[in-house]
Design a binder for this molecule. Structure first.
Ligand code: FES
Ligand code: FES
Length: 166
């Protein structure tokens, strides 16, 4: 785990991240997004607005998508977190990641981790996604590059397969 350079009042919390248990010292005021990135080296989770407005920091908390910039890490104590780093199986991309590549569903890629995690959460809730469900699922995730048509195309392209996408 990366060495964090925290100062100020701290607290030790337990987190299960991508299936692995961790004990982490975190500042009481630090957000989950900051701790994932700066404390654990999981920089796939992005911080853009830092005020729960863009979805770049979306991760799963106990299976539900949340904006990790809007939750104190201490509030995640004892809970399970999934980040984009947990999607791939070794060198094999998750089918959704592969579809994003195949359909050119990103430009800068800054929104991509959050988009993927929001889509995975919706897939777990619905089993599969039709176009309206998909659009609703990513309605809290902004793409400044305007890649939305390709993102929708990519996700719908894998909906008919028999693979487990969650
Ligand atoms: S960085 Fe968290 S919602 Fe924008
Ligand atoms: S690909 Fe650049 S913000 Fe979405």
């Amino acid at each position: 785990m990366a060495e964090a350079r925290w100062s100020g009042e701290q607290r030790c919390i337990s987190l299960r991240v991508n299936g692995r248990s961790h004990e982490v010292e975190v500042p009481v005021h630090a957000t989950l997004a900051t701790v994932l990135r700066d404390g654990m080296g999981l920089t796939g989770t992005k911080i853009a607005c830092d005020q729960a407005a863009c979805g770049a920091c979306t991760v799963l908390l106990d299976g539900r998508s949340i904006f990790s910039c809007h939750l104190l890490a201490a509030q995640a104590h004892g809970r399970s977190v999934e980040t984009v780093e947990g999607l791939a199986d070794g060198d094999a991309l998750h089918p959704l990641q592969a579809a994003f590549v195949e359909h050119d569903a990103l430009q800068c890629g800054f929104c991509t981790p959050g988009m993927l995690m929001a889509i995975v959460a919706a897939l777990r809730a619905h089993g599969t996604l039709d176009r309206p469900q998909l659009i609703a699922a990513i309605s809290g995730n902004l793409c400044r590059c305007g890649a939305y048509p390709h993102i929708v195309e990519a996700v719908l392209s894998v909906m008919s397969g028999a693979r487990d996408l969650t």
